[in-house]
Design a protein around this ligand. Structure first.
Ligand SMILES: Nc1ncnc2c1ncn2[C@@H]1O[C@H](COP(=O)(O)OP(=O)(O)OP(=O)(O)O)[C@@H](O)[C@H]1O
Length: 305
């Protein structure tokens, strides 16, 4: 099992504190590293990949420090955010060059395997300069996978991709996660994180703001109202009964959609309240669903802290 651990890590550039005392660990499966622009995601990923030393704290892979440890680099593949200027090389040459840098005994065969994994064989003899954004992403992925690392780190891999390319990359990452690799990708595109990641790490302004399943994170924030959409056989009567209880802060009736929007103080008491109130008043519930449990709203709550 491959676990990357960041312990009390800070990184500063002059006066700028990019990463501020972060502790987290990332294990097998897919983890989403979520945060707004400038939150410190790239800095964290570069430290995880061994490209950048922490100013304080340690980054380890299965207990071994990552910085200046070439042995460890064999276990890590990095797909950087920026486009490397290798436009004059063909995809095949680029992946072979990376295989050779890793000192693989049969660089050609390793490159071919990696190109097949990302389905880029058809374009491998074309120059990277003529590739689309999605193809560039895939060729970077092939070069990151050429030495079959157990850890794959991707910095904003979905940037600039069209929906078809996104879907393809998602499938690829899902396959990597299912194989038991440790996959960490950063994103500020929340939908991808929500769809892909089993585990989420949130960084805001260099600090580790939250960790875990996003619904759990949402529920932990009990000091903020949770909004639900409810429809029932008698919305007015239900609204009156709900607002009478202390666990509800506001109820509004939308007559066009025939639904109630209800703000609850805490998840658990509210989840218990709704069916009880409906049963007591003889009201049939048609729908009770969270209105704001998308990752986007979780994220905006966390950023507001
Ligand atoms: N080499 C550097 N020199 C100076 N400041 C830097 C350097 N690298 C990062 N920073 C600063 O550190 C902070 C975090 O940057 P980082 O690129 O890690 O964030 P990010 O979350 O990846 O953002 P984005 O999504 O925009 O890439 C920013 O304020 C950035 O300006």
């Amino acid at each position: 099992m491959t676990v990357m651990t960041v312990a009390d890590v800070s990184r500063w550039f002059g006066n700028v504190v990019a990463v501020n005392d972060v502790t987290m660990s990332v294990g097998p499966g897919i983890t989403g590293l979520l945060g707004p622009n400038g939150a410190g995601k790239s800095t964290l990923i570069n430290m995880l990949a061994g490209f950048l030393p922490p100013s304080a704290g340690t980054v380890t892979l299965d207990g071994a420090p990552v910085w200046k440890n070439p042995q460890i680099y064999r276990s890590i593949g990095l797909v950087p955010e920026r486009e490397a200027a290798y436009d004059v090389l063909t995809g095949h040459q680029f992946v072979v060059a990376n295989a050779e840098l890793h000192g693989l005994p049969d660089a050609g065969a390793a490159a071919q395997r990696a190109l097949a994994t990302v389905q880029m064989e058809y374009a491998q003899d074309r120059k990277i300069g003529g590739y689309s954004k999605g193809m560039r992403q895939r060729i970077k992925m092939a070069s990151a996978l050429v030495h079959e690392p157990s850890v794959l780190l991707l910095d904003e891999p979905f940037n600039g991709m069209d929906p078809r390319q996104r879907l393809h990359l998602m499938e690829l990452l899902q396959a990597m996660g299912a194989e038991g690799r440790t996959v960490l990708f950063s994103s500020h595109i929340l939908e991808e994180v929500e769809r892909l990641a089993s585990q989420i790490e949130v960084v805001v302004a260099g600090r580790h703001a939250a960790s875990g399943d996003f619904r759990e994170i949402r529920r932990l924030m009990t000091d903020r109202p949770h909004r639900y959409v409810i429809s029932s056989s008698d919305d007015r009567a239900l609204a009156a009964a709900l607002i009478a209880d202390g666990s509800t802060t506001s109820v509004s009736l939308d007559s066009t959609t025939e639904t109630l929007e209800v703000d609850a103080v805490e998840f658990l008491p509210f989840a218990e309240l709704v069916p009880r109130v409906a049963r007591d008043a003889g009201i049939r519930l048609y729908r009770v669903s969270p209105a704001d449990e998308s990752l986007e709203s979780v994220f905006s709550y966390l950023v507001a802290i």
